[in-house]
Design a protein. Structure first.
Length: 261
């Protein structure tokens, strides 16, 4: 799971000082573990107004996305308004470090537990991920603010600006099968979000670290894969060895969905 980074928090949890801490979610989610480090102290950028964009050279179809109202129920907490960047130029892939053997009909309940654990005991302002994908390939809206907009997430320590976080619901360490429906859905979301900025999923992106708890000191400009695992920007095993091994194929699928050769 992501180190929930530098966006919109009321206070910094103690775990921000730990390189990688794995703490439980809430008691109702037995076996559900939330692996995260802390929240960046870096102020978020100003909210950017919606801009008129030129015609896209490599658009991808928008996948079906289940709105957050389908999972949040009465668990929603009061929170500050969403914050936005100007565009999304990179996507980080995560896993949630939660059990894999769930029925896909239970995915909304599991996401609600993730949200409750992050906004409850951790006192974060919202779910860190922009999107959550279950093993059946269903895509859920995560963080509030609008799926069509470049919402500043809280998923990758130091690299939340101009990125989107996609979380695979489950744990995908070495030897764990990764469902094809899940990787296809991750590719579809990445192709669509990156296509809005005409970014090739097989390419790279220049990002600026906003927190020295990332792999680079705050203020450092680095070049990372445009479709990266969480471990590309932060010292973690997330998204797990099995899902990390699938990233090259996910990039190729996403590029194909954008109509690239």
């Amino acid at each position: 799971m992501g180190s929930m980074g530098d966006a919109r928090v009321r206070r910094v949890p103690r775990a921000a000082r730990v390189a990688l801490s794995c703490l439980p979610g809430i008691a109702a989610a037995a076996g559900l573990v939330l692996c995260a480090a802390g929240i960046d102290r870096t102020p978020a950028r100003r909210t950017h107004p919606a801009a008129v964009r030129p015609a896209l050279a490599h658009p991808a179809p928008k996948p079906r996305i289940v709105p957050r109202t389908a999972w949040i129920g009465d668990a929603e907490r009061r929170q500050p308004p969403p914050r936005y960047d100007d565009r999304v130029v990179a996507v980080f892939v995560h896993h949630t470090d939660s059990p894999n053997g769930y029925d896909c009909a239970d995915a909304p309940r599991i996401i609600r537990y993730l949200y409750a654990g992050q906004t409850g005991s951790r006192d974060w302002d919202d779910l860190g991920y922009n999107f959550v994908v279950d093993r059946c390939g269903t895509v859920y809206e995560g963080r509030a603010g609008g799926v069509d907009r470049p919402v500043t997430g809280a998923h990758t320590q130091g690299f939340n600006h101009r990125t989107a976080g996609i979380a695979a619901l489950g744990t995908f360490t070495a030897g764990v099968p990764v469902p094809q429906a899940m990787t296809d859905a991750i590719a579809a979301v990445a192709a669509w979000k990156l296509g809005l900025s005409d970014v090739d999923p097989r390419g790279t992106a220049r990002l600026v670290s906003s927190n020295s708890l990332s792999r680079w000191a705050s203020g450092t400009t680095v070049t990372l894969p445009a479709l990266a695992g969480h471990n590309a920007g932060y010292m973690t095993s997330c998204p797990g060895a099995a899902l990390t091994a699938r990233l090259p194929a996910i990039r190729q699928t996403a590029a194909r969905l954008q109509g690239r050769r």
